[in-house]
Design a binder for this molecule. Structure first.
Ligand SMILES: Nc1ncnc2c1ncn2[C@@H]1O[C@H](COP(=O)(O)OP(=O)(O)OP(=O)(O)O)[C@@H](O)[C@H]1O
Ligand SMILES: [Mg+2]
Length: 410
């Protein structure tokens, strides 16, 4: 059976959407778009109407581009206002000491029985691994001989008010939400491979107003955090220090981010002409570098306080907020003392790197659905995919490409 999966990532600056055509054995991203985002600030909805209008624009554009008229989508939101709960659930096998889909479902729903405050809801839940008979960790326990199954799960809990507002915005845009994911968590679908899966990886997604941080140990999500800073802080400071409007500062930033150091070396005493503006390149460099340094210090402080700093092997930087700046990798390597890989649109041969979040969403949705295909085949039933196990991998050509590119960075 072929179907379409749509993923929509809501950023503070951009909304990106991707459409994939999938079947049991096939996954192909056929179209991605991104459009400006309005109505959000630091991952929170500040104007529902503005968000609905910008969402509708993005939905209309991807419908037109893909020529597919969809009515539902998986969405990605910021991890601000959410919390990660690591939890375990148990199921005892009934007959034959065999793990069947029934035990798997039972262990997962047991793990999802967590305490929530009155204003909280479970947004998403996924199984990281299973433990059979209190001893062996396995990825897929189906059909294994065991009397006890434990599911080790990650549950994402969020504020009901925020989630209801997202649901409203999507309803008003004519889209039914099939599942809500945390946008930067989907990035692991794109970068983690057989080699990196055994490493402790920090993924930083630096956008316009929020920096999302996720730490994986042995391919399990261990830590999730977000900081209310991003590329917008750099723009604001350029505007103040250079005495120009914010829109001009944004333009100047985007024009020179990729080569400002080289320009400084070549014209260390002097000015650059940006449209009708004369920019003091030394001042530009000083402002940019001190903001980046400050942001990297905040990231380091957050990781240090989490207690995981020493355990990290590699850092991956996504998002346009920091990744576009020349030599930004050295700020991380100097301060964090970890190998850092910057993932930019150029490396991924994308029009804009924000598209990658929506590609991650459709990939994750596909992996979860794929499990249901298999599960329905096994026991003839059809189950809700929202909170299902997430352990089967099927790479599309595009994602294989990403992984190859990421491998090449080492
Ligand atoms: N060429 C560039 N050079 C430097 N910064 C850039 C460039 N292009 C975009 N940016 C900055 O990247 C930020 C937007 O990044 P991104 O598209 O990843 O954000 P977002 O996902 O919409 O936001 P968030 O993650 O905060 O929700 C903005 O601050 C913008 O100024
Ligand atoms: Mg983002």
């Amino acid at each position: 059976m072929q179907r379409t999966i749509v993923g929509i990532d809501i950023g503070n600056d951009n909304i990106s959407a991707s459409v994939a055509k999938v079947s049991e054995n096939d996954f192909e991203v056929i179209c991605s778009v991104y459009t400006p985002s309005k109505g959000l600030s630091k991952g929170k909805i500040i104007n529902l109407n503005d968000l609905t209008v910008s969402l509708k624009k993005c939905v209309d554009e991807i419908k037109k581009e893909s020529n597919i008229n969809f009515t539902s989508a998986f969405i990605g939101i910021s991890s601000s206002s959410t919390r990660l709960v690591k939890t375990k659930g148990v199921a005892l096998s009934t007959s034959l000491n065999l793990i069947t889909p029934t035990e798997i479902k039972e262990a997962i729903s047991d793990a999802e029985k967590i305490e929530l405050a009155s204003d909280e809801v479970i947004i998403d839940a996924f199984t990281e691994s299973f433990c059979i008979d209190d001893s062996t960790i396995v990825e897929d326990p189906l059909a294994m001989k065991a009397s006890k199954l434990q599911a080790n799960c990650s549950v994402i809990v969020g504020k009901s008010e925020l989630i209801n507002s997202y649901r409203n915005a999507f309803r008003l845009s004519g889209i039914n939400i099939e599942g809500i994911y945390i946008n930067n968590l989907e990035l692991r679908k794109i970068i983690l491979n057989e080699k990196t899966i055994k490493e402790n990886v920090l993924i930083v997604d630096a956008g316009a107003e929020v920096i999302e941080i996720a730490l994986y140990k042995n391919n399990e999500l261990e830590y999730l955090s977000s900081l209310p800073v991003g590329g917008q802080n750099v723009t604001k400071d350029i505007a103040i220090c250079l005495g120009i409007q914010e829109e001009q500062a944004e333009q100047v930033k985007q024009n020179y981010s990729e080569n400002y150091k080289t320009l400084y070396r070549e014209h260390s005493i002097g000015t650059l002409k940006a449209e009708s503006l004369e920019i003091d390149i030394k001042l530009f460099k000083d402002v940019v570098e001190s903001r980046i340094e400050e942001i990297v210090t905040l990231i380091k402080k957050d990781i240090k306080e989490s207690g995981y700093l020493n355990e990290i092997s590699n850092i991956y930087i996504f998002g346009n907020g920091l990744a576009m700046f020349q030599d930004v990798k050295y700020f991380f390597e100097d301060k964090m003392r970890k190998k850092t890989i910057i993932v930019t649109k150029n490396q991924l041969e994308l029009q804009n790197s924000c598209i990658i979040n929506s590609i991650g969403i459709v990939k994750d949705a596909y992996d979860r659905l794929k499990l249901i295909y298999e599960d329905s085949y096994d026991n003839g039933s059809n189950i809700n995919h929202d909170n299902e196990i997430n352990n089967k991998k099927k790479k599309s050509g595009l994602i294989r490409n990403f992984k190859r590119l990421i491998d090449d960075f080492f």
